[in-house]
Design a protein around this ligand. Structure first.
Ligand SMILES: NC(=O)c1ccc[n+]([C@@H]2O[C@H](COP(=O)([O-])OP(=O)(O)OC[C@H]3O[C@@H](n4cnc5c(N)ncnc54)[C@H](O)[C@@H]3O)[C@@H](O)[C@H]2O)c1
Ligand SMILES: CC(C)(O)[C@@H](O)C(=O)O
Ligand SMILES: [Mg+2]
Ligand SMILES: [Mg+2]
Length: 348
């Protein structure tokens, strides 16, 4: 354990694999997270059953990878740990189908706390309710594990019926590779509120608005769409990679002094103290008071009218058209990714 952090960071040596060795884990869903958890657990020697709908297109893929596949109710009834890796919006319905398979002392586990925190799933008192959440998209959970590495993760205990909920969570985190990188303990509330805030204000919402507005500003001023695309979208990855590897100073050291001075003085013209901070506080308020959750739940109950409209508008944005055509020019990058994926599947 490293004590120079404000919180405990758990590593491999802090986990006891005996808490999961004799368990059967039902991984419900075989999408971004599901395939990575199922394969990593399986290769760590854990007994895994993948839970999928009978008509699921992933059924054969999971079986071809050497995994046993059953419907969610059958998988959950047999398992000691039920891991919910179907989309958050379908989890309440899937929970209804598997509820009867949860015996006293079993674990119901999540990778995101939305449905527990906002009361959409109410498990019985005699099961552990925990979270093991890689802080990463699923394909990286898989890819890093295969290289003998891992992605950082979170654990949280919502309900500790067995008295061993934390040890069992750490053993699961170890089996999917997260303790190789470091695991931090949090609560369901903190995970949900920070995750939703982050993806809305910064990672997904903030960044896409910034890129689109930058592109529109250049194109409206008469610059070519290709130049605007390269400058405001393509190069974003290169800059974020530098920040990922070396923090803010790693990035500032790598760009020119001109870029550094311009960025440090002009950045706040755009993400300004008054308006941007107020906006961020509003995002956080709506997450904390449940307004966002109520809105998203009701969207899903009414066939997603706003979601569909917003998605169509995003798809129609000129930057998607220009970007799509330009990306075709350096399609070798995407091809390399596809080749790597194929290689991974061939190895399984
Ligand atoms: N995607 C990420 O990078 C990421 C990161 C951290 C946490 N999470 C969390 O992980 C969980 C899973 O998200 P995801 O993005 O991996 O999901 P996904 O959309 O990639 O995969 C969903 C899987 O569930 C299956 N499925 C859909 N409906 C089903 C049903 N009714 N019954 C059975 N199976 C069904 C699909 O076939 C698919 O295999 C969510 O709680 C999410 O918040 C995701
Ligand atoms: C990958 C993210 C955005 O961090 C995750 O939280 C999600 O919801 O997909
Ligand atoms: Mg997230
Ligand atoms: Mg999220």
């Amino acid at each position: 354990m490293a004590d120079e952090f404000t919180t405990t960071v758990y590593r491999d040596e802090d986990a006891d694999s005996s808490y999961i060795e004799s368990e059967t884990v039902a991984v419900l869903g075989y999408g971004s997270q599901g395939h990575a958890h199922a394969l990593n657990l399986h290769e760590s020697g854990v007994d895994v059953i993948v839970g999928l709908r009978e008509n699921s297109s992933s059924w054969d893929e999971a079986e071809d990878a050497g995994l046993r596949v059953e419907t969610p109710d059958v998988a959950a009834a047999e398992a000691d740990v039920v891991k919910m890796l179907v989309p958050d919006t379908v989890q309440p319905a899937v929970y209804e189908a598997i509820e009867d398979g949860l015996d006293a002392g079993d674990t119901l586990q999540f990778a995101h706390g939305f449905n527990i925190h906002y009361g959409q799933i109410r498990p019985p008192e005699d099961v552990d309710v925990t979270m093991v959440a890689p802080k990463s998209p699923g394909h990286l959970v898989r890819r890093t594990y295969e290289r003998g590495e891992g992605v950082p993760g979170l654990i949280a205990v919502y309900q500790d019926a067995t008295g061993d909920a934390k040890e069992r969570s750490l053993a699961y985190a170890q089996a999917i590779g997260c303790t190789r990188a470091g695991v931090v303990e949090t609560t369901f509330q903190e995970e949900v509120e920070t995750d939703l805030f982050g993806e809305q204000a910064v990672l997904c919402g903030g960044v896409t608005e910034l890129m689109k507005m930058g592109y529109e500003t250049l194109v409206d001023a008469g610059y070519s769409p290709e130049m605007a695309y390269f400058e405001c979208m393509n190069e974003m990855k290169l800059i974020v990679d530098l920040i990922y590897e070396g923090g803010l100073m790693g990035m500032w050291n790598s760009v020119s002094d001109t870029a550094e001075y311009g960025g440090l003085t002009r950045g706040e013209y755009v993400v300004d103290e008054e308006y941007a901070r107020e906006g961020m506080e509003q995002v956080l308020d709506e997450v904390q008071d449940g307004e966002f959750a109520r809105e998203w739940i009701s969207e899903n109950q009414t066939n997603r009218p706003s979601y569909k409209q917003l998605r169509a508008a995003e798809e129609d944005h000129e930057i998607e058209d220009v970007g799509g055509r330009l990306r075709d020019l350096f399609a070798w990058e995407a091809q390399e990714d596809a080749d790597e994926k194929e290689q991974v599947q061939a190895d399984d």
